[in-house]
Design a protein around this ligand. Sequence first.
Ligand code: UDP
Length: 238
Amino acid sequence: MTAPAYKRILLKLSGEALMGDDSYGINRAVVERIVAEIKEVSGLGVEVAMVIGGGNIFRGMAPAAAGMDRATADYMGMLATVMNSMALQDAMTRAGLECRVQSALSLEQVAEPFIRGKALRYLEDGKVVIFAAGIGSPFFTTDTAAALRGVEMSADVVIKATKVDGVYTADPKKDPKATRYQKVSFDEAIGKDLKVMDATALTLCRDQKLPIIVFSIFKEGALKRVVMGQDEGTLVHC
Ligand code: UDP
């Protein structure tokens, strides 16, 4: 059997990925299916670090636009990512996959603090590590957290799971002629404002030469195909 294309990955899941077809919250069946896919990839010997968003529960931007203090709203968003991380850890434990949650905010009763060296050791031991609470600061996103933790963990790639199976020339829902990029450079993605990740995350990955693959978590088996280096999603490269 061919070996995986990557030894260590940073998988970024948006909070919405955990919602399935629901309009809010955490869909148990969806979480279990995602965990099964992660377990399969981990079983191939790939080290899996993860960052999860919080958009299925709370995002800071909208309440801030409606008048709430932005930093307060963002801390609430970070707490939402902790809930998602705990749900995923619980599902992984039930599936027999060892997992540790490290939080960028101090929440010692529910999660370990983020300690880089410890996280690296967990990964080397084959445990999944979920980085919760983003980077721990307001005015950032979990995309940026994924880029930062990916660099800190010396991941080979950031794999961003979305609802769409890659990066398109235009919004495929609005433009039937939109086509998927198999590969796109960071400069083109940034220059054309393609919907890959936010600009802070993109420039960090570009500067640190950390490639990104955007793929759909809703396509069964897609995560494994990405990890095996098959044509799936869009590769954003230097
Ligand atoms: N957030 C933050 N700092 C971070 C990461 C997240 O303030 O480092 C807040 C922000 O309000 C954001 C929310 O947490 O809207 C949830 O994260 P995000 O929107 O990235 O989640 P996703 O869209 O991936 O579900």
